[in-house]
Design a protein around this ligand. Sequence first.
Ligand code: AMP
Ligand code: MG
Length: 411
Amino acid sequence: MELFTAGLISLEDARRNMLAQVSPLSDSETVAITAAAGRITAEAVISPLNVPSFANSAMDGYALREADFTRDLPLAVAGKAFAGAPYQGEWPAGSCIRIMTGAPIPPGADAVVMQEQTESSGQGVRILAPVKKGQNIRLAGEDIRQGASVLAAGVKLGVGELPLLASLGISQVSVVRKLRVAVFSTGDELQPVGEPLAAGQIYDTNRFAVHLMLDALGCEVLDLGIIKDDPAALRAAFRQADAQADVVISSGGVSVGEADYTKQMLDELGEIGFWKLAMKPGKPFAFGRLPDSWFCGLPGNPVSAAVTFYQLVQPLLAHLTGQQADALPPRMRARASEVLKKSPGRLDFQRGVFSRDATGDLQVRSTGHQGSHVFSSFSQANCFIVLERERATVQPGEWVEIEPFNALLGG
Ligand code: AMP
Ligand code: MG
């Protein structure tokens, strides 16, 4: 493991390095499915049932024995089967049963004819179309077999998964315990929202942004507030955070030259790499081990803090909770609809707005000023425009990569 890198380190190398050091949590807990949204499965979920659990009709119509079918010869209707109210009696040869969608197939029936292919009269029901054995019958276990794995371990539970568990009668599920994440901001200039600003002070954006993203990721957040650029205060904050959390996230004070006391504290307390990432925004970033937790040091500039959290911390937290799916949405190609200013040397995450052009291709434009302190760029954007490290200014019509925002950034 390379802790101190003299040159610039690529985002990919940084991400690989982080994930290689960290193993997923092994603690799990059992929760009701009504309280499990956003949680991650700790083990595979096995179906206790066949689905459907009994053969049933896929149509409103008539259940019959295929052998009884003669075109144009009416069949007597011997009874009715409804969803939740099966037909249970005998039914004579040459007759049929009126059946509704979802009703159990009456014993002996081997086909269902849809109502639209029949004609009722005083003599019974005439079938107007050919009949094949098995038609319009949903077989027991056709969808899910009892004992089959319906969800793997490491799956995030949401609208796609929890109703499935409900349909199987599974009321509780084993999930990875919530990550405890401590967050604080560093900087003598920072004021909490709601307080007046004195000369030279600014409001603390990063702790709020990180807190929101941690909430959205389902973490338990310990908010330790704003810590002054003071060695004793920083040491106390790091100690407390490390004792209480799985992951400690701070912002500010990790840039070179102005690495102030944060770097000094961290060298004293843990084994931390101070990286200069070849990405923009977000050059300085720190990652490593404190005695009892993992540490991520975000840059101070709010856009840099948000982008590094999104691109590096988000995959780390997903990995820690054992998630199998990619934490970040796939990238796509779009045509630049205007000039995108860029100088070679760093991977650029510009904030952009993508849409479809008249021919159906994706097109993307910039949100404008891309300074790492311009947080409004996020509120206007729906994607990152990801410009490769060596690329220079992009001309209108050139293809670029975009990465649509996920739910963390309102995608
Ligand atoms: P630093 O990395 O501490 O030198 O901070 C870099 C820049 O980001 C400075 O302009 C800081 O004032 C600003 N900054 C640091 N932390 C925050 C924060 N929590 N919210 C808003 N701006 C911040
Ligand atoms: Mg600072």
